[in-house]
Design a protein around this ligand. Structure first.
Ligand code: NAP
Length: 438
C-alpha cells in the first residue's frame, strides 16, 4: 500500500485525489487535508456566489471524497498543527494544493487606508470565509474603484452592481447580502493599466455586465483600437473585445436610465490612494503601451473613490521548510515536483491563473511524477505508516479532526438555514461549524 497526503481540498486537491485513484487504484490511500472544517476551497469561498453552476463541480469531488480509499481530514492546519516534515515521514508523497490565498499588494502609498481591500479579502467577505467574514466594508459612498481587468475584477464589480433580487438565489452570505442591499454606490470604475486588447476577462463573464438590472457598462468608443486590429487577437480575447465594442455602442440615453454606471478606465495605473483615515480618491497615471507593457506618461489625475478593491492576483502561503519562489509567490518547483516525495499542484504550483478545469490535467501531471518517482525507487520502499500514523499523531496532539461525514452534517445545517431561494446559508466562523456537529 502507498500513502498520499494532499494538503488543500479545493479543485487542485480533489482533481489530484481523483488522478491518484485512477492511476494507483486500490494500491493507494489518500488523505485530503484542509485547515477549515469544510471542503472545496475556492469552489466554496472563491467562485462568485451567483455562479452556482460552476460550483456544481463539487458533486464530482464529493464522489471522489466518498470513495473507499479517499478520506477528508478537516480542521487540521499543516504548518502549525502538524508539520510538512512529519507528513513526509508518514506518507510516500505529500502534495501541496494550498492555492494562493493572499492578495498581491498594489505597492502604492495609501494601501493601508480604511475601505481599501484586496480581492481575496473582499471576495472572502461576501463568500463567508471565516478569515474575512468580519471585514465590514463601508458601502455608503458613491464610487467604488476595482483595480485590474481580470475575471476576479468582473466578479467583484458585478456583485457590487447587482440588486438584492439578482442575488437572492445565490449563496452570498447574509451579512454581505444585507450590506449590499443598503449600498449607495452609483459608480463602479474598473481600472486597467493596459488597454482593451490586453484585458484578461473572458467573454461570457464580461457579457454578464451587459444584462444587469440597475447597472450599465460604459466603454468610451475612443478607447477602443481600430476594429481591424482585433483580427490578430486569439479567439477568446477577440470575443471579449467584441463585447467591449457592444458596450461602447449602447446609446447614452439607455445608459443614463441605469442608476449605476460601470465604467471601464483603460491605460491608467494606480499611483497612490488618497484619504484621511479612509480612502477618498485614487491617483492614477495615464499609460501608453510599449512592447505590450504599460509605461507611465506622467499625466496624473484623481478619481474619487470611497471603496477600492484591488483584484490584481494572489500569492501562496509559504510553509516552513518548503522552498518558496518569493518573486512568483508560489512554491519553487519543477513542473510540480519540489523534491522527490514533495509536490505541488494548482495555483500553489503555477500561480493564480487558469480555470477550475485547468487543475484536472495538473493533477494527472503530478500523479505521473509521483508514479515515476515510485518506480525509480526515489520514494523508498513501501511500509510507511500513512493514515494510521496520522491518526496516532492527531490523537496525541488532541486535534479535533473533521471527517467528510461531519462535513455532510454542516452541509445539511447550512442548507436548512438558507434564506428563501438560496442554496445555503454558510457558517462564517469555525466555532459555529464545529457546533453544528453536535
Ligand atoms: P488575472 O486574470 O491575472 O487578472 C489580473 C489583472 O490585474 C490584470 O488585468 C492585470 O493587468 C492587473 N494587474 C496586475 N498587477 C497590477 C498592478 N500592479 N496594477 C494594476 N493592475 C494590475 O487574475 P484574476 O482576475 O485574479 O483571476 C485569477 C484567475 O482566476 C484567472 O485565470 C481567471 O480567469 C480565473 N477566474 C475565472 C473566473 C471565471 O471563469 N468565472 C472567475 C474568477 C477568476 P496586466 O495584464 O497589465 O498585468
Amino acid at each position: 500500500m502507498r500513502h498520499i497526503a494532499i494538503i488543500g481540498s479545493g479543485p487542485a486537491g480533489y482533481y489530484t485525489a481523483e488522478a491518484a485513484q485512477k492511476t494507483f487504484g486500490d494500491d493507494v490511500r489518500i488523505d485530503v487535508f484542509d485547515r477549515l472544517p469544510v471542503p472545496y476551497g475556492l469552489i466554496r469561498s472563491g467562485v462568485a456566489p451567483d455562479h452556482q453552476s460552476i460550483k456544481g463541480v463539487s458533486r464530482r469531488f464529493e464522489h471522489v471524497a466518498l470513495s473507499e480509499n479517499v478520506r477528508f481530514v478537516g480542521n487540521v492546519t499543516i504548518g502549525s498543527d502538524v508539520q510538512i516534515a512529519e507528513l513526509q515521514r508518514l506518507y510516500d508523497a505529500v502534495v501541496l494544493a494550498t492555492g494562493a490565498p493572499h492578495d498581491r499588494a498594489l505597492g502604492v502609498p495609501g494601501e493601508d487606508l480604511a475601505n481599501v481591500f484586496g480581492s481575496a479579502a473582499f471576495v472572502g467577505w461576501y463568500n463567508g470565509h471565516p478569515e474575512f467574514a468580519g471585514l465590514a466594508p463601508d458601502l455608503s459612498g458613491r464610487t467604488a474603484v476595482v483595480v485590474g481587468m481580470g475575471n476576479v475584477a468582473l466578479d467583484v464589480a458585478r456583485i457590487l452592481a447587482k440588486t438584492p433580487e439578482e442575488l437572492r438565489d445565490s449563496d452570498i452570505v447574509t451579512h454581505a447580502y444585507d450590506a449590499l442591499k443598503s449600498s449607495m454606490l452609483e459608480r463602479i470604475v474598473v481600472l486597467g493599466r493596459r488597454g482593451p486588447h490586453q484585458i484578461m476577462m473572458t467573454p461570457r463573464e464580461l457579457g454578464e455586465l451587459g444584462n444587469l438590472t440597475r447597472a450599465a457598462p460604459h466603454v468610451d468608443p475612443r478607447d477602443l483600437p481600430d476594429p481591424g486590429d482585433d483580427a490578430m487577437l486569439e479567439p477568446g480575447l477577440r470575443k471579449a473585445v467584441r463585447v467591449l465594442r457592444e458596450f461602447a455602442a449602447i446609446p447614452e440615453h439607455i445608459r443614463a436610465e441605469q442608476p449605476i454606471a460601470l465604467e471601464f478606465a483603460f491605460l491608467n495605473q494606480p499611483r497612490a490612494l488618497i484619504g484621511d483615515g479612509a480612502v477618498q480618491a485614487i491617483e492614477v497615471e495615464k499609460t501608453v503601451l510599449e512592447r505590450g507593457r504599460a509605461v507611465g506618461t506622467g499625466e496624473i489625475r484623481r478619481i474619487p473613490a470611497d471603496l477600492v478593491i484591488s483584484c490584481i492576483g494572489y500569492r501562496s502561503s509559504p510553509l516552513p521548510g518548503v522552498p518558496f519562489d518569493e518573486r512568483a509567490g508560489r512554491f519553487a518547483n519543477d513542473e510540480g515536483r519540489i523534491l522527490a516525495g514533495l509536490y505541488c499542484v494548482g495555483w500553489a504550483r503555477r500561480g493564480p491563473s487558469g480555470t477550475i478545469g485547468t487543475n484536472r490535467p495538473d493533477g494527472f501531471d503530478v500523479v505521473e511524477k509521483i508514479a515515476a518517482d515510485m518506480a525509480s525507487g526515489a520514494l523508498g520502499a513501501r511500509g510507511k505508516a500513512g493514515r494510521d500514523g496520522f491518526d496516532a499523531l492527531a490523537q496525541e496532539r488532541e486535534l479535533d479532526v473533521v471527517t467528510f461525514q461531519d462535513w455532510k452534517k454542516i452541509d445539511e445545517a447550512e442548507a436548512a438555514a438558507a434564506r428563501e431561494g438560496a442554496p445555503r446559508e454558510k457558517f462564517v466562523d469555525i466555532a459555529a461549524m464545529m457546533k453544528a456537529l453536535g
